[in-house]
Write a protein that binds this ligand. Structure first.
Ligand code: ZN
Length: 399
């Protein structure tokens, strides 16, 4: 029970704005005063919490306030995106203390990508001069599908040449750190939970705008992972029954109506951009996509209509998801969120407010406050969570 109680106490301290005294901890976590005192001693000895002044609350002796020691533990988070690899170092309070970004090696050789992640993680630790002993682990957020239990990347449509790559075990041996592998969108949602961690246990949808469109569901402060860690595949939700055919056999799926590639294809059909071959490289698609979004922002009406149409289709998918999961907040983010964010945020709230499927309760629609690093930050948060936070599966184990 010792370890579990320790994570409960550390989590309670982490979530308190002003810190907590031992007496306040006893009432917050419901453990015996002697148990709390022993565990606090252990946390102080291991530098995970620190004593931060005394408060005198009426009668009795002054109480010592305990706060989390931000530099007591760290985690590395990496987002492996087909185009760029972003790495961050997070301290125990969730603050980004170092960051790096490089182009992801192109081609179809996972070994090159593994070498890049290993080098980036190492450079991050060297530059920040953090004691390796204090690094709880490395979290990697990758395009799915994955096998979460073994840390294997299966056959991601957006990573050419990857087939059952044991990302977790390979990085564990190359970095010497414990490694956790997570699907990109689930990692992004984990970061949002950390940000709102002091508020309570949030429930929301995270809609990920990347090379593909994905979704994560957080209910009562926990991300839903699914049996294999691949929950949130919304690519084949139909948003437009008369839309273009999809590889799945349906018409008008999210995958062919809401992605950057589909937007570029439609723009080419209208003569707004050059026609790209079906196997055009991601970089070409990205450049054309950014051009269209830029034109829309600059007032080009045809480009604006295209982006708004993608927003409307996305809103249809979100309406269904909202009805399924009964959340009151939708957060958008991901590598291609920024270029569409202004028009999406202008259009989508009104579309959802009047939508017959979405339900009547108000639905808050926002962009991530963590910007383009949200996914890498989330991968690091998951490492800290695993190392330090009380989680449902531990409760079950203890029960
Ligand atoms: Zn489909």
């Amino acid at each position: 029970m010792g370890d579990f109680n320790q994570t409960v106490i550390l989590d309670a301290i982490r979530r308190s704005e002003q810190g907590l005294s031992r007496v306040e901890l006893v009432s917050a976590v419901g453990l015996a005063p002697q148990t709390v005192s022993n565990i606090v001693r252990r946390l102080l000895d291991s530098d995970l919490v620190t004593e931060a002044g005394k408060t005198s609350g009426g009668a009795g002796k002054p109480r010592t306030t305990l706060r989390v020691h931000a530099a007591g533990s760290y985690a590395v988070g990496v987002q492996l995106d087909p185009a760029v690899t972003t790495s961050v170092l997070l301290d125990l309070m969730g603050t980004v203390v170092a960051r790096r970004q490089v182009e992801t090696p192109q081609g179809n050789d996972p070994a090159q990508v593994l070498a890049t992640i290993t080098a980036e993680a190492s450079a991050l630790l060297t530059e920040s001069r953090v004691d390796r002993e204090r690094v709880a682990g490395l979290g990697v957020a990758t395009p799915g599908p994955i096998d979460k239990a073994s840390g294997t990347v299966l056959d991601p449509p957006n990573l050419l040449g990857w087939h059952h790559v044991p990302l977790g075990s390979a990085l564990a041996s190359s970095t010497g750190l414990p490694v956790l592998v997570e699907k990109d969108v689930s990692a992004a949602a984990a970061a949002e939970i950390w940000v709102s961690g002091r508020r309570s246990t949030p429930s929301f949808l995270f809609v990920y705008i990347g090379t593909g469109i994905g979704c994560a569901v957080a209910l009562d402060g926990e991300v839903l992972h699914g049996v294999s860690g691949n929950a949130g595949e919304i690519g084949h939700l139909v948003t437009d029954v008369s839309g273009p055919p999809c590889s799945c056999g349906q018409r008008g799926c999210v995958a062919v109506t809401c992605t950057p590639r589909s937007l570029v294809r439609e723009a080419a059909g209208l003569g707004l951009t050059a026609v790209l071959p079906p196997d055009a490289a991601d970089s070409e698609v990205t450049a054309a996509f950014l051009d269209i979004c830029g034109a829309a922002l600059a007032g080009d009406e045809a480009a604006g209509r295209l982006v708004d149409q993608a927003a409307a289709r996305t809103a249809r998918a979100v309406a269904t998801l909202r009805a399924m999961f009964d959340v009151d907040h939708v957060i958008f983010g991901g590598p291609f969120w920024a270029p569409v964010s202004a028009r999406y945020l202008a259009a989508i709230p009104a579309l959802l407010a009047g939508h017959p499927v979405a339900g009547e309760r108000p639905l808050e629609v926002t962009g991530t406050v963590l910007g383009e690093d949200v996914t890498a930050v989330g991968a690091a948060c998951l490492v800290l969570d695993r190392a330090l936070g009380p989680r449902r599966e531990r409760l079950l184990l203890q029960g």
